[in-house]
Design a protein around this ligand. Sequence first.
Ligand code: ZN
Length: 67
Amino acid sequence: MDDADLAVRHEVRAEARAKEARLNAKPAAPSAHHCIECGDDISQARRNAVPGVERCIDCQTLSEKKR
Ligand SMILES: [Zn+2]
């Protein structure tokens, strides 16, 4: 077995793993109707735009700044 064979085998395995990860991936959590931080309504547009959204735009911006 030469290096090219090894490279191909490695690639095939990586592809299989990626496929498995996709199959096992859980769908995004349902978007929240109300912000988990402040309880404000989250607009339908935002919920559609951000699957699994949990915070209103204000709290999201704040939490991203903290990081
Ligand atoms: Zn909020």
